[in-house]
Design a binder for this molecule. Structure first.
Ligand code: UN1
Length: 500
């Protein structure tokens, strides 16, 4: 059975309506076997305009619904996702090429953020502040913001929508989703599941949750439209820069989660067994296509040879292949273009003085399956500074811990980072103000696979946004400082006198 046929069966089972598909629409293809799937209807400029109008109208009603009641919709969404978990996860595998366990993990991440958002719907807390004026009180309140555009990437085709949508919904905001053009099927399936939650909820306004399938033009239209106060975009730094400029030109707000170039520092006291396991998952998992994938291994010169030998041994036995099969740990890259980019970066690394220690190259001459590679580099040359979305691990050595931290920070991106050490001094220095400059910093844990409870995102070229847990919800709301005078006089702040 081709992957595309498997996908079609799941889409039918999940009840994705026929009108979502069109012969002349966006073609789909599974990276597993290259089989062509159903073509998907794309949004016209009119569709985009209608979607934004409908979201604007929905906002009028939704912002009046009490937040805990809004949370009820997200609770139902979590229930529907639980019920559809197996099918939806299998579709992630078929469309994005993730192994089964990671497909399930992706849907679990959606369920987790729903649970988080339901609790949040009874919080969304503000502050009360002492007023300098007698008989006055001051408070800070968080109000719904308006329609939120979510632009998501193929590598977490649905979880990133859920991070945004679950928070936006409880915050009182409608959501317009532009999924990656590489993964429209999982988006349509998710939208269908969300519609079931909307139906059970009963009186949610039309236009509260919408999906627009299409390419760059859709993202550009959403970024440019002043009716969309927040654009949350996940993807390449190049895309994020374009979105940010367009949104900033109209003084809108953008929330960006862009490229990473994540490193692990391994010190002489590190538990090497644990490091090897962490490296394997974070460098090779999702075939190197997470924003949080480990791309740079910075290892102390005394332990480098032993660690590289252990890694090369582990890489040699990696089960690569059809991600539907039990035991496979490395599935395909998303498409031929990604496999070409992987090959180009490896060639560039060698040109820049790198030595391929393990892997590299395709399985067969064409196709999207590659051997994860370990490449020793003499320095952080241009190829190392660049995020290639593929399983290539660059290895560099260092002598002095400060030098390691400097190397970790000397790239344009700032998403995730970690140190493996048994030294409390090194661990705490890494986490200090002069340590890692990333949004995520871990000790004795790889850089990928974050939980939803923390704020997710990073600095510099990663875009500065924070999504998911902690107080990331504040990005989806409008802060209002309120002062109420309950006295019968009108004192002015700062003692200003103005008698008329
Ligand atoms: C991404 O790669 O865009 O921390 C998101 C992780 C996942 C999310 C990654 N929970 O690796």
């Amino acid at each position: 059975m081709t992957a595309a046929r498997d996908a079609r069966a799941i889409l039918a089972r999940l009840g994705v309506p026929d009108h979502a598909f069109a012969e002349d629409g966006l073609p789909t293809r599974s990276p597993i076997d290259g089989s062509a799937g159903s073509s998907v209807r794309t949004a016209s400029p009119d569709d985009i305009d209608h979607a934004i109008s409908a979201a604007t109208i929905a906002f009028e009603a939704w912002r009046r619904v009490p937040a805990p009641r809004r949370g009820e919709l997200v609770r139902l969404l979590g229930e529907e996702l639980r019920a559809a978990k197996t099918d939806l996860a299998a579709l992630v595998t078929l469309e994005a090429g993730k192994i089964a366990s990671e497909g399930l993990g992706e849907v679990q991440e959606m369920i987790d953020i729903c649970d988080f958002a339901v609790g949040l719907s009874r919080q969304l807390y503000g502050l009360t502040l002492p007023s300098e004026r007698p008989g006055h009180h001051m408070r800070e309140t968080w109000q719904p913001l308006g329609p939120v555009a979510v632009i998501s990437a193929f590598n977490f085709p649905i979880a990133v929508w859920a991070w945004n949508a679950a928070l936006a919904l409880v915050c009182g905001d409608p959501v317009i989703w532009k999924p990656s053009e590489k993964t429209p099927l999982t988006a349509l399936a998710t939208h269908t599941i969300a519609r079931r939650a909307l139906a059970r909820f009963g009186d949610a306004p039309e236009g509260l949750l919408q999906v627009l399938i299409g390419g760059r033009d859709v993202g550009e239209a959403l970024a440019a439209d002043p009716r969309v106060p927040l654009v949350s975009a996940t993807g390449s730094t190049r895309m994020g820069r374009a979105v940010a400029q367009s949104v900033a030109a109209r003084l809108g707000r953008s929330l960006l989660e862009l490229g990473g170039n994540n490193a692990m520092i391994v010190t002489p006291s590190a538990d090497i067994d644990m490091a090897v396991r962490a490296i394997a998952f974070s460098a090779v998992g999702t075939c190197g296509q997470r924003c949080t994938t480990l791309r740079r291994l910075l290892v102390h010169e005394d332990v480098a040879e032993a660690l590289i030998a252990r890694l090369a041994k582990a890489y040699a036995t990696l089960p690569i292949g059809d991600p539907r099969e039990d035991g496979v740990l490395v599935g395909p890259l998303i498409d031929d273009e990604a496999a070409d980019a992987c090959a180009r970066s490896l060639a560039q690394a060698v040109e820049e003085g790198g030595t391929v220690v393990s892997g590299g190259g395709r399985l067969g001459d064409t196709g999207t399956y590659v051997h994860p590679a370990i490449v020793r580099m003499p320095a952080q040359t241009p190829v190392v500074l660049h995020e290639t979305f593929a399983p290539i691990l660059y290895v560099l050595t260092w002598k002095d811990f400060d030098e390691a931290v400097a190397l970790q920070n000397a790239v344009p991106q700032g998403l995730s980072s970690c140190v493996f050490t048994d030294s409390v001094r090194e661990a705490e220095a890494f986490l200090s103000a002069w340590g890692s400059d990333c949004g995520i910093a871990n000790v004795n844990i790889g850089p990928s696979g974050a939980e939803i409870g923390g704020a997710f995102g990073g600095e510099k070229d990663t875009g500065g946004g924070r999504e998911s847990g902690s107080d990331a919800w504040k990005s989806y709301m409008r802060r209002q400082t309120q002062t109420v005078n309950f006295s019968s006089s009108l004192p002015l702040a700062q003692g200003v006198r103005f008698e008329v």
